[in-house]
Ligand binder design. Structure first.
Ligand code: 4NP
Length: 156
């Protein structure tokens, strides 16, 4: 899960997808990073922590880091929160770029509609709630898609 600072959006997305994957019994390795990540090692934003906790998702132990080229090799799928960060992931990835692995997170809900998860950084708690519900919906779709593909594999 990738955003700009790895402070607000992508730590929430990491926590929510991990929570949902665990509930679905999926042993996925899930991580997040920022293309800028101005303060490596720092905790998620207090309001991201607060909103996540309200939904039973604990993200306080996650630590901010910068997106690196090798993430392209180390992960099967990279979800990006907006188009600027998509372009940055592409730039940082250089010769490791693989278009099939990288997409906007909200494409899981609205394919091809260029819907972004907006940056709540300097806004109020409402913005974090909006971001949480967008991320939660997209993560539900990821889990359902995986379950459908896994079922197809079993029946084929
Ligand atoms: P994020 O939000 O990309 O959702 O983590 C931001 C966090 C920090 C900054 C910008 C956006 N910043 O400018 O420090």
């Amino acid at each position: 899960m990738v955003c700009l600072g790895n402070i607000c959006r992508s730590p929430l997305a990491e926590g929510v997808l991990r929570h949902q994957a665990q509930q679905a019994g999926l042993n996925w390795e899930i991580d997040s990073a920022g293309t800028g990540a101005y303060d490596p090692g720092c905790s998620p934003h207090k309001l991201s922590q607060k909103v996540a906790k309200q939904f039973g998702v604990e993200i306080c132990n996650q630590q901010c880091r910068q997106f690196v080229k090798s993430d392209l090799e180390n992960f099967d799928k990279i979800y990006v929160m907006d188009e600027e960060n998509f372009d940055e992931v592409k730039r940082i990835s250089g010769n490791k770029w693989d278009a099939s692995k990288v997409s906007l997170l909200m494409d899981e809900v609205y394919p091809g509609k260029h819907v972004i998860v907006p940056d709540p950084w300097s806004g109020s708690e409402d913005g974090y709630h909006k971001v949480y519900s967008m991320i939660n919906l997209a993560c539900e779709r990821i889990i359902v898609k995986h379950a459908t593909l896994a079922e197809k594999k079993i029946t084929n």
